[in-house]
Design a protein around this ligand. Structure first.
Ligand code: APR
Length: 187
């Protein structure tokens, strides 16, 4: 796929994922699905009880959400059709290369699982935060490369998803994404 086609399907945004229009927003959750800080805290706070209720139901039926997996809930008080909760890997700094490669593969899986779940639920416009780059301490540049490559690979295989919004809360991530997307001719 030529970068120009991807130009219309990948958007870079600086801001709060709960404030940017989309069909579905992705939450950087933890395996318990019971909320947390960061974007998880923001989504549960803004979405309210409905999201927690749905997460509890999922917990009761399937148990925890494994790293790299994704589940879907209603969006509660937020103006989205759904929220997709995925769990990114925690960065084990100083571990050997194999562990780092494994973490990269799990981070890619979190993006792919979320895109597959969005498509399965007929959701064409999806927003991602910078998964694992906060509390989970994943290096921002490696996380950005992994995220962009995962999304480009998926969009090249399937034309169902119309728009993927990378929503960067912090300037550092925004600049990293901007540079990488420009290098790919997408921005
Ligand atoms: N909109 C978009 N991005 C946000 C928002 C927001 N409202 N709030 C925070 N972020 C960004 C952070 O700045 C960071 O770049 O989301 C990115 C991911 O950071 P975290 O939210 O800390 O997520 P993560 O690193 O994946 O760690 C997940 O943190 O909150 C807990 O319960 C969560 O245990 C889980 C862990």
């Amino acid at each position: 796929m030529k970068p120009k086609d991807l130009k219309n399907r990948i958007v870079l945004v600086k801001g709060d994922i709960t404030e940017y229009p989309a069909d579905v927003i992705v939450n950087a959750a933890n395996s318990s699905l019971l909320g947390g800080s960061g974007v998880d805290g923001a989504i549960h706070r803004k979405g309210g009880r409905e999201i927690t209720e749905d997460c509890m139901k999922i917990r009761d039926s399937q148990g925890k959400c494994n790293v790299g997996e994704a589940v879907i809930t209603r969006a509660g008080n937020m103006p989205f059709k759904n929220v997709i909760h995925t769990v990114g890997p925690v960065w084990q700094s100083g571990k050997n290369n194999e562990t780092k490669l494994f973490a990269e593969r799990l981070l890619k899986k979190a993006y792919i699982s979320s895109l597959e779940l969005a498509e399965k639920n007929k959701l064409k416009n999806i927003s991602f935060p910078n998964i694992s780059t906060g509390v989970y301490r994943f290096p921002k540049d490696l996380a950005a490369k992994t995220a962009i490559n995962a999304v480009v690979e998926y969009l090249e295989k399937s034309d169902f998803i119309e728009k993927v919004n990378f929503v960067c809360f912090e300037n550092e991530n925004f600049e990293i994404y901007r540079k990488l997307l420009e290098e790919k001719g997408i921005l």
